[in-house]
Design a protein around this ligand. Structure first.
Ligand code: ADP
Ligand code: MG
Length: 669
């Protein structure tokens, strides 16, 4: 069976719905895993039914009524008997049941009993062979396809789908690591015989998913190691002297962490045999830009070109200004290349530093052969942008990627094996901890008032991040930002200078606003949530994040990092209307923690496997079944991988590509 349309009961409409879930082939149905289970395997007599226990009963239906109450509610009531007693059943708004059940016939029902109108009643029981007398699977909900639909389809056809599954691991490996075989696992994850085998099935499939990530990462590392630097760089004594001179000209002393990572990057750059592929991670405000600048300067001193890519135009502008300021007396040609700023390529000398937005990719043919060093700033989707700049040539520029997204150890063990990691783990010394507060709805106004007073008293500046509506900035988000801006400037802060900034504002105008904000002609900058990563305005010391509960923790931490960059005490106010415990706990964690790594690890643990969170929002991929914070599982994957490499030289690693892995998780280079 190789097409969904061959499955009886699946027509074009269902095929469309399945497509939305990335289910294209019958086999994909097997990889659509349940996210939870209810155990209805306990089959008992009616007299044994106790409240709050999941049970299955079988008996004769002796009464069925479809009732409309005076308050316009529609109920279905039934009574079932077996030789030991009788029990009531109750449904809401399911009149079609009267066509399904016939009084006098026998049926099985599964559910949980409680007391309704003083009588023991099973509310909303399920019925039929696919749903009773066993552990039943609950699937991620989607429009139009119910869990019951998946249960029925998969139970009916799984033996057919399973015919196409081939074991991916050698039998001895399965034995040694006590792993269930793949076929049984894919069968039992949907229709588990008991909880013990279910746990084993999930464990095997999770191990497979992790292993596939580790293999991908290993294969791309091998690929990378075969490449050579396009342009060889050196650090001669005279170059070294010039680097030292630049460093001593800075208005601050490099932190020990910065010095350490700089050393790592320097030794990468001068290695003639290996192309640098390094990820520089440092919490927001830890000072990654200056490291990038020094790397570019080294490249310049080698008469070679460096290219720094920033994710947004504003950030590119900001880097451009920083570079110009710091390198002013060092005679480095610096060029800006963005969607709105076209440079004349003929004028760019080969020892220049080009600072660009992603738009530069369209013009890369004009300079790509000369680039000796490529730096990508604020990289959240590891590798993706980088790859588009590199092509597939065997001679590559040295690559440095910078991110504020902390990398939990489990992640680096799983998927970043192809990258060398440098970490700036301390902040510059003068920083005060940002004070973070959760602000419930009824305290909003007093918070605004305090901020208004503060601005007048201290001339501090404020970011207000508008409600989170959609991930990418669309008209809806922009509209809501405009509305919020009007409300705030008319009702709340009528006597303060405010400006609004979002993606639909022309780059020149946006730049003007940023400049005015930089020079403190504007006190409050209202922005959409996606507007800025990396923006550095040390005088801004207050940030309000509206609907904070709708952001990922990592993103909130990034946004919070827009303040706390100067010498003054900074404040972050998280507005939320949510009473939800989980949301409250997450925000409280952020309130009490400022270490990005801790926040990322908490984020990873609390969201659990299988929850589809966006990559952009969190920096990490969401897997189907494996938990990326599960160190035991990840260590198991590594052990198996090493075993395969050492003891099975003929084993083809690429056969574990895991059907279950969404495309977005491919993170090689
Ligand atoms: P990020 O790592 O988030 O990109 P930046 O590079 O933008 O951080 O640096 C944040 C701020 O800290 C900048 O204003 C920068 O000039 C300053 N800075 C960087 N390194 C140091 C240091 N060693 N001591 C003091 N300030 C520093
Ligand atoms: Mg930065």
């Amino acid at each position: 069976m190789d097409s969904l349309s061959q499955i009886p009961g699946i027509g074009p409409k269902t095929i469309d719905k399945l497509k939305k879930l990335n289910i294209i082939k019958p086999i994909d149905l097997l990889y659509h895993f349940p996210n939870r289970y209810v155990d209805f395997s306990h089959k008992i007599n009616i007299s044994q039914v106790k409240e709050n226990e999941n049970v299955t009963i079988t008996g004769k239906l002796i009464k069925f009524q479809n009732i409309f109450t005076r308050s316009h509610k529609n109920l279905q009531k039934a009574v079932v008997v077996d030789k030991t007693g009788q029990i009531n059943l109750l449904w809401f708004n399911q009149p079609y049941l009267s066509k399904i059940f016939k009084v006098g016939e026998s049926y099985s029902f599964a559910g949980t009993a409680s007391t309704f109108q003083n009588q023991k009643t099973i509310i909303a029981p399920v019925h039929g062979q696919y749903n009773t007398g066993k552990i039943i699977s609950i699937y991620p909900e989607t429009s139009g396809l119910s869990s019951a639909w998946f249960r029925k389809t998969i139970q009916n056809f799984s033996s057919k789908f399973l015919e196409q599954i081939n074991e991916t691991l050698p039998p001895k490996i399965l034995q040694k690591y006590q792993l269930l075989d793949l076929k049984t696992s894919l069968d039992q994850i949907h229709c588990p015989k008991n909880t013990k085998i279910l746990v084993e099935a999930r464990n095997r499939l999770a191990a497979e998913e992790i292993l596939s990530l580790q293999i991908r990462s290993l294969l791309s590392k091998k690929d990378w190691l075969a490449k050579k630097p396009k342009i060889k760089l050196t650090i001669s004594p005279s170059i070294d002297k010039k680097i030292k001179k630049l460093i001593s000209s800075l208005p601050f002393k490099l932190t020990d962490s910065q010095t350490k990572v700089l050393q790592e990057i320097k030794s990468d750059l001068i290695n003639p045999k290996k192309v640098t592929n390094r990820l520089l991670q440092g919490d927001v405000g830890s000072g990654k830009t200056i490291i990038a600048l020094i790397a570019c300067y080294i490249t310049h001193l080698n008469q070679s070109l460096s290219l720094l890519i920033a994710p947004t135009e504003i950030l590119a502008q900001q880097h451009f200004q920083t570079f110009q300021k710091i390198l002013k007396t060092f005679k480095v040609p610096i060029f800006l290349l963005t969607g709105s700023q076209k440079s004349n390529f003929k004028k760019i000398p080969k020892d220049a530093v080009i600072i660009a937005t992603h738009a530069a990719i369209y013009q890369k043919s004009k300079f790509e052969n000369q680039v000796a060093l490529l730096i990508i700033d604020e990289q959240h989707k590891f590798g993706v942008k980088q790859r588009s700049f590199l092509g597939s040539s065997t001679n590559l520029p040295h690559c440095l990627t910078m991110t504020a997204t902390p990398i939990p150890r489990t992640i680096s063990l799983t998927m970043l094996g192809n990258l060398d990691l440098s970490i700036i783990d301390t902040l510059p010394q003068n920083r005060l901890k940002i004070k973070t507060f959760l602000v419930p709805e009824n305290k909003k106004n007093s918070c605004y008032q305090w901020i208004g007073d503060q601005i007048k008293k201290t001339k501090c500046q404020v970011f207000i991040v508008c409600p989170f509506i959609e991930e990418s900035e669309t008209l809806t988000s922009v509209k809501s930002a405009i509305k919020e801006f009007e409300f705030l400037s008319n009702q709340i802060f009528p006597d303060l200078k405010m400006a609004l900034i979002h993606g639909k504002i022309k780059p020149e105008d946006r730049q003007k606003i940023i400049q005015q904000f930089q020079s403190n002609q504007i006190s409050i900058l209202v922005t959409t949530p996606i507007i800025e990563v990396g923006i550095d305005i040390p005088n801004a010391s207050i940030i309000i994040i509206q609907t904070a509960d709708r952001f990922g923790l990592a993103q909130l931490h990034q946004l919070r990092g827009r303040v706390g960059r100067g010498n003054d005490q900074s404040y972050c106010y998280l507005f939320t209307e949510s009473q939800n415990d989980k949301a409250q706990n997450r925000l409280q964690f952020l309130e009490q923690n400022s270490n990005g790594l801790k926040i990322a690890e908490y984020d990873l643990q609390t969201r659990g496997p299988g929850e589809t969170f966006s990559v952009i929002q969190h920096g990490f991929p969401s897997l189907k079944i494996a938990n990326l914070s599960d160190l035991k599982l990840i260590t198991l994957g590594q052990k198996i991988l090493n075993d395969l490499i050492q003891n099975y030289p003929d084993y083809d690693l690429s056969q574990i590509t895991s059907e279950s892995l969404p495309e977005q998780n491919i993170i090689n280079n």
